[in-house]
Design a protein around this ligand. Structure first.
Ligand code: GLU
Length: 303
């Protein structure tokens, strides 16, 4: 398949949508991003990357980091993580508190904020420095030492982090966190602030297409664990629109409010797309459309 030609076709097809939607406003540092940007990259299993548009512009990874944190926590600590976080779609907004009370402080899945806080808490216990471990992993897998924290975004989240603090304190009251809430929130905000490009993201996610194998050939996850992470992405990775995303795109994917989405074609390639305008559920409008075009034009999906 000629990935470059394909990407150019996709970019032309979705061009009218670039700039639609609204950049995330609840994190002020994200609200000021120019919305008329679009980038897309495809990495094959051997690490060859193709891209179009703004595929080399760094953007805020936000919730996309939750996939990598989950993979690292499973790799370091194994299955016991699932005693503290579920793996069902929540059917609620990503930062909702209500379900947590009904379900005794056990978040529905690792990709809503409450679940991601539990995963980061676990990673902090396992490694002693969750956000740095995550950054190191992303730098190594992408081969780009410039993948970095964005202090302005981390501070902006910190200053507007009451909702995440409420989720963390609430779970702490149920005994579902090991680390002190302020330290955990710090790691979570730094984690979310990581900025990378579509090229970096597509490369870093390759272990999910390589059935758990890292870029250097070593094993991060078992084949079964890689399947599990992909499955949770498919069912829970795109906020309260995971059903719609599965319907339109048919691939495991994880989005973030920075406007990025990573998607996986197991055994073949990874895709990263970025455009800051979000729909009402928090997914990039042009990003979802581009992935939709990818699977429609190629016939590739997990179905
Ligand atoms: N840092 C954001 C938050 O915790 C991440 C949200 C997202 O990308 O879904 O609110």
């Amino acid at each position: 398949m000629d990935y470059q030609e394909l990407l150019e076709q996709i970019e032309a097809d979705i061009a009218p949508l670039i700039g639609s939607g609204t950049p995330a406003e609840y994190i002020p540092a994200l609200a000021s991003v120019e919305p008329r940007q679009f980038g897309m990259a495809i990495a094959d299993l051997d690490g060859k990357v193709h891209g179009v548009g703004d595929w080399r512009t760094a953007f805020s990874a936000q919730s996309i980091t939750k996939v990598f944190a989950l993979a690292l926590a499973l790799a370091e600590g194994g299955d016991s993580l699932w005693e503290r976080v579920g793996r069902e779609p929540s059917g609620n907004p990503f930062n909702s508190l209500v379900q947590l009370e009904y379900e005794n402080g056990i978040p529905r899945n690792p990709f809503i904020n409450a679940g991601a806080l539990v995963v980061t808490d676990r990673l902090q216990t396992l490694t002693g420095d969750a956000s740095s471990e995550l950054l190191k992993f992303l730098q190594e897998e992408s081969g780009n030492p410039d993948v970095a924290f964005d202090a302005e975004v981390a501070t902006s989240e910190q200053e507007n982090g009451d909702r995440n603090a409420a989720l963390a304190h609430f779970m702490a009251s149920y005994g579902n966190l090991d680390n002190p809430v302020p330290a955990l929130l710090d790691h979570y905000f730094w984690q979310c602030s990581i900025e990378l490009t579509c090229a970096d993201l597509a490369l870093a996610a390759r272990f999910l297409a390589r059935h758990g194998l890292r870029a250097d050939g070593s094993r991060l996850l078992t084949r079964s664990e890689a399947k599990q992470v992909n499955a949770v992405m498919l069912t829970c990775g795109t906020y309260d629109a995971a059903g719609e995303f599965a319907y339109r795109v048919g691939l495991p994917g994880k989005s973030g409010v920075g406007g990025g989405i990573v998607a996986v074609v197991p055994g073949l390639c990874t895709l990263a797309v970025w455009s800051p305008g979000l729909d009402a559920q928090g997914n990039s409008v042009a990003g979802v459309a581009a992935l939709d075009r990818f699977t429609t034009l190629t016939g590739l999906s997990v179905f």
